[in-house]
Design a protein around this ligand. Structure first.
Ligand SMILES: Cc1cc2nc3c(=O)[nH]c(=O)nc-3n(C[C@H](O)[C@H](O)[C@H](O)COP(=O)(O)O)c2cc1C
Length: 219
């Protein structure tokens, strides 16, 4: 599976099997996380075989089951922290999918007290990503029509259409998909559209999907 296939096949998975993540995959994930941290200045880390992160009533209500591994997204407080967590977190999510693992972004339904203990005091914890072998592969989310996300009139170049289609497959909080896309001076533009929870994180995720599928950097 390559990243483009991973974009198609990734769906949120909330129930996991007991199967442990193999040593070889752990090493790959850790190398990728190191790379993401170096590039972004974030403090991303991964915890294995630790059920305490999702040991809470909230996680139960959120229908999470058997989450034993999770990625913590944190960093220095700044205006761009949330977007960066979305962007680099999704890079890890898609690589994990390529490795045959399943994931789910989680902003609310985890045990914040237990996870916070792992984050250095001077860093801000933003959210986590559950990771492991899913009981299922998840199901595709519902999406509005592609055209309703596009603000530029006229024919779409092929690369733009590919990017836009991948953006619609991106996970967003409560599947809100609050963004619009367009082209200005030949360059792709994506903007948050409307209010909602965690839209800045969504924006980073959507941007990563668009750039990966279109081969064009979003400004
Ligand atoms: C920033 C963010 C926060 C999320 N928080 C939660 C959460 O707290 N609990 C949960 O069950 N799902 C959470 N999700 C998962 C979304 O509900 C899911 O991505 C969305 O419904 C689209 O479905 P898909 O990921 O299967 O495509 C979150 C997703 C994102 C992007």
């Amino acid at each position: 599976m390559d990243i483009l296939q991973a974009i198609q096949e990734r769906h949120s998975v909330r129930a996991y099997t007991e199967k442990k993540i193999e040593e070889e995959k752990r090493q790959k994930l850790e190398a990728l996380i190191r790379e993401c941290n170096e590039e972004s200045g974030l403090d991303i880390q991964i915890c294995y075989d630790d059920p305490d992160g999702f040991d809470s009533k909230m996680a139960h209500y959120g229908s999470f089951c058997n989450v034993n591994n999770y990625i913590i997204l944190a960093g220095n407080p700044s205006d761009t922290l949330q977007e960066a967590c979305g962007y680099y977190g999704e890079r890890i999510v898609l690589e994990a999918q390529v490795m045959g693992l399943n994931t789910c972004w989680v902003a609310l339904t985890f045990n914040k007290k237990n996870v916070k203990k792992m984050v250095p005091n001077n860093k801000k914890m933003v959210l986590v990503i559950a990771i492991g072998y899913g009981e299922t592969k998840g199901v595709p989310h519902k999406s509005k029509a592609l055209e309703s996300f596009i603000v530029t009139k006229g024919e779409m170049p092929d690369w733009f259409r590919k990017g836009a289609e991948a953006a619609l497959l991106a996970p967003t909080a409560i599947n809100q998909q609050k963004f619009k896309m367009g082209i200005r001076d030949g360059k792709p533009i994506i903007r948050i559209a409307g209010k909602g929870p965690y839209t800045k994180i969504d924006f980073g995720i959507v941007k990563y999907h668009f750039e990966t599928a279109s081969g064009h950097k979003v400004y």
